[in-house]
Design a protein around this ligand. Structure first.
Ligand code: ARG
Length: 475
């Protein structure tokens, strides 16, 4: 913590107590080492509160001017590091109150009127998170753009890839389609943040400790000044509610899960066995002992970080469970998981964006393997269905064909006419007409399918969505 203060640490309840706190209590109680990052928001809220006290006639013009100037100065000093919390400050609120008292003397104490740390901390955390949700959304849009740029490149080349279920070859798809599947998930993450923001846009200030204030404050004006949609409708709910923190942690954890899936795919794609893609040197790591190694650590760390995001969410929910109304000190534990979620995503998202945009796919190898594992068998079955064969029978006939190919070590389109009818009377020579990767991909041309035109439409729609989300995040 920073340099020692000129004034003693602020004790908010000095009048009632004969002795100071025990060291063990003080050490347990202190949160300034992690809540100091709320300082900027606490100062903003203090400015709004000062103006409301002035309008209520509780501060005169000179007092307001002096307080606002001191808050400005304190804000600058916090930015430059000239003012820092001291080892004796309990939390961000008491540290800043000390800073204010150092600058304007006892006038600083007037700001406490009509306000409690309970409504203050709930307001600060909402302000912090609404701000940082936008930063996360910006980084999400950059990752989505990296994925969409790769998709666009490979859509132009119609690069096919073996689509997998159970990590086994299933049906060929366009590589672009698979990349856009990840973009869709991240688009829901961005939409979730935007939707979350509507519920987070409620201002607790004016709720005081829990019951509201008898002073003629103006919660609507404070809410508007701080960019909220309005004041809280219930002061007790306002100081106790941490839904916004839990919901944010859920949104972050699910984004983490999506990142871990992409990370896992990249790990697989870049193995010798898959050989689908290569990581750029700038995003790969080597081994201290094995000179040949090129590892996908970015993807692995992304995969691993999902664990801590999920842990933060479950820790927060467990802390909230069973708390009685209204404010309980347990709630001080709300901040670290939330801050950690923000920090984690702001670290992982840019690294993943760089990894994805610089990755090179081996298009020829992807195309060569796209139909491996008799991945066009479904196309034969669906051809039979179009001819009126019940799917159950078609499935069985093609199943026999696959077994025949396995026994004779050949591909589906290498079976001769005579053998085809022997395997099943449904299998006429025309079945070979559907046995091409391009044909199979082009045939899936309904909405959501992997046909090039549908994927192009999907890409265009996603570009528009991501642009909208990025504009929200920047606004
Ligand atoms: N540091 C506290 C927290 O984060 C601020 C609120 C303290 N309120 C109280 N009644 N002790 O929750």
């Amino acid at each position: 913590m920073g340099g020692e203060a000129g004034t003693p640490p602020v004790r908010l309840w000095g009048g009632r107590f004969e002795s100071g706190p025990a060291d063990a209590l003080a050490r347990l109680s202190v949160s300034v080492q992690f809540d100091w990052r709320l300082a900027r928001y606490d100062l903003l809220a203090s400015g709004a509160h000062a103006r409301v006290l002035h309008r209520a006639g509780l501060l005169d013009d000179t007092e307001l001017a002096r307080l606002l100037a001191a808050l400005d100065e304190l804000s600058r000093d916090c930015q430059t590091g000239a003012f820092r919390p001291s080892a004796a400050d309990e939390d961000v609120h008491t540290a800043l109150e000390r800073g204010l008292l150092e600058r304007v003397g006892s006038l600083g104490g007037k700001l406490r009127a009509g306000r409690s740390r309970n409504d203050q901390v709930a307001t600060d955390l909402r302000l912090y998170l609404r701000d940082h949700a936008r930063q996360v959304a910006s980084r999400l849009a950059e990752l989505q753009t990296a994925l969409m740029d790769q998709a666009e490149r490979h859509l132009a080349d119609r690069t096919p890839v073996a689509g997998l279920t159970h990590t086994q070859h299933a049906q060929p798809v366009l590589l672009a389609h698979q990349l856009l599947a990840h973009v869709q998930a991240f688009a829901r993450d961005a939409a979730r943040l935007r939707d979350w923001d509507k519920r987070a846009a409620v201002c607790p200030l004016g709720s005081g400790a829990l019951a509201g204030s008898s002073l003629p404050l103006d919660p609507e004006a404070v809410a508007a000044e701080l960019g909220f949609d309005g004041p809280a409708a219930n002061s007790m709910d306002a100081v106790a509610d941490r839904d916004f923190a839990a919901e944010f942690c859920f949104a972050a954890a699910l984004t983490g899960v999506h990142l871990s899936r992409l990370g896992e795919e990249i790990v697989l794609w870049t193995t010798h066995e898959f050989g689908w893609a290569e990581i750029d040197d700038a995003y790969a790591t080597g081994s201290s002992i094995m000179p040949q190694k090129k590892n996908a650590d970015v993807a692995e760390i992304a995969r691993g970080k999902a664990g801590r995001l999920i842990g933060g969410l479950t820790g927060l929910l467990s802390m909230l469970k069973g708390l009685p109304l209204t404010y309980d000190r347990d709630l001080q534990e709300d901040k670290e998981p939330v801050f950690d979620a923000v920090d984690t995503l702001l670290l992982v998202l840019p690294a993943m964006a760089g990894l994805v945009s610089s990755m090179r796919f081996h298009a020829a190898r992807l195309a060569a393997g796209a139909a491996a594992g008799h991945a066009l068998a479904t196309d034969v079955a669906e051809l039979l269905v179009r001819r009126g064969v019940p799917f159950r029978e078609a499935h069985e006939a093609v199943g026999h064909l696959v077994v025949w190919c396995q026994v004779n070590d050949c591909e589906l389109d290498e079976v001769g006419d005579d053998d085809l009818v022997k395997i099943s009377p449904h299998l006429t020579p025309e079945v070979r007409s559907v046995l091409s990767v391009d044909g199979a991909i082009a045939a899936r041309d309904r909405v959501g399918g992997t046909a090039p035109d549908r994927v192009a439409e999907q890409l265009a729609a996603l570009r528009a969505t991501v642009q909208g989300d990025a504009a929200w995040a920047a606004g």
